[in-house]
Design a protein around this ligand. Structure first.
Ligand code: DC
Length: 222
């Protein structure tokens, strides 16, 4: 049985940065589950399939070859990794990921990967729905103000953007993720909640490693 560490939490909590670092430290595989939803959104937009056109969407998902190579998403033989964070995808992905059948197909894919390697995964429903029996589950959060500030510091280097706009976007995403009918963002049963508002990335990673050491599943010495 593989060691599975899940990190769920709201947008901007630093899940992917933390999950990547933790995986590096433990020499585990890392998977950002949002990649698959982003890839499906990319393809659906390419073929002008609307999020509510369920039949076409499922047909598309069943008929594309979507897999990871060196943690990069490959669709029908093309490396699409660099196309997954465009404004267009950011705007649309939250609608495409609401289709239950699409979610079931993505869930199968993630389980398949997770059952075959020691892995750290991040997402919105990984500990609650996809891998409820994971070895250790974390819920990483931070205040909306802190999350907006971090994102603002990152984005304002390259674009002219207001802090208030980012704060508003973060609140909107929270509202969508937590109140959607299908697989809403929740604290998974028995998950360890870490509020990173006043913590550095290293402090969060160290805290997670401490929990793993305590469980005896992973012994990591600095
Ligand atoms: O983590 P991310 O920003 O790459 O996620 C992209 C979208 O996919 C986001 O709208 C939430 C959704 N998502 C999801 O519904 N379930 C997951 N396990 C991961 C992401």
């Amino acid at each position: 049985m593989s060691i599975q560490i899940t990190i769920d939490g709201p947008a901007g909590a630093g899940k992917s940065t933390i999950a990547k670092k933790l995986a590096q430290k433990l020499k585990f595989r890392y998977l950002s589950s949002g990649l698959f939803y982003r890839g499906i959104t990319l393809e659906a937009l390419k073929y002008s399939i609307k999020p509510n056109d369920s039949d076409k969407l499922i047909f598309l998902v069943k008929n594309i070859d979507m897999h990871l190579e060196n943690n990069r998403l490959i669709i029908n033989g093309e490396d699409v990794q660099n196309k997954l964070n465009s404004e267009d995808i950011n705007k649309n992905v939250s609608s495409y990921c609401l289709n239950q059948k699409v979610r079931n197909l993505v869930t199968e894919k993630i389980r398949d990967i997770a059952n075959n390697s020691d892995i750290v995964l991040d997402g919105r429903d990984i500990g609650s729905k996809v891998l409820p029996n994971a070895t250790l589950k974390f819920y990483l959060t931070a205040s909306d103000y802190t999350r907006a500030k971090r994102r603002y510091e990152q984005l304002s280097k390259d674009m002219d953007i207001k802090f208030s706009t980012i704060l508003e976007q973060i609140r909107e995403r929270d509202e969508q993720d937590m109140n959607r009918k299908i697989d809403p963002l929740v604290v998974p049963d028995s998950a360890i909640v870490i509020n990173s508002s006043d913590m550095s990335i290293e402090e969060v990673v160290d805290k997670m490693v401490n929990y793993l050491n305590k469980l005896g599943v992973v012994i990591y010495e600095k």
